[in-house]
Design a protein. Structure first.
Length: 160
């Protein structure tokens, strides 16, 4: 029989290769989104737009037990999950969001994160008809809103 030319990797070699791939993914895909979100929040603060966004979205975000500025986290997350996390971290560091606020937002970030990015990467490649995009986006956004309501109830109940 033919000789196997591919060398079997040891556990250490596999770990090192995985670590390299993880580092590459982090540096090239995740970090730019998080940094962009930090910069965006700072620009919004400096221009006063963050306060305006907070006032406009305050009634809606109040339903979920969140301040109006939390809308920037959801908008950022819709564009990029890493961006949503970066926005949440930036607002937390600035004192605009608290730990319970972050707990309410995290499931929504995960459930509706990166939809704009995935539209081209996944739906386009899978040749999903564009007429279905609003339905697919809507389901994710509805799930995120329900998750925020549930998390708000959990946070208010004092379970954690």
């Amino acid at each position: 029989m033919g000789e196997n030319t591919k060398k079997n990797k040891t556990a250490i070699e596999a770990f090192i290769e995985g670590a390299r791939n993880g580092y590459h993914t982090s540096m090239n895909f995740m970090t730019p989104n998080v940094v962009f979100a930090f910069v965006l929040i700072q620009v919004l603060k400096l221009t006063g737009l963050l306060d305006i966004i907070g006032k406009i979205f305050s009634p809606v975000m109040g339903i979920f037990g969140l301040p109006g500025v939390a809308a920037t986290v959801l908008i950022s997350a819709w564009l990029s999950t890493g961006g949503g996390i970066g926005a949440a971290a930036s607002l937390y560091a600035a004192g605009s969001l608290t730990g319970p606020h972050i707990s309410i937002l995290l499931p929504a970030i995960i459930l509706m994160g990166s939809q704009i990015q995935y539209m081209g990467r996944l739906l386009g490649v899978a040749e999903v008809k564009t007429k279905y995009y609003p339905h697919l986006f809507g389901i994710c956004i509805l799930n995120a809103l329900i998750a925020m309501l549930v998390m708000n109830a959990v946070v208010r109940s004092g379970v954690f």
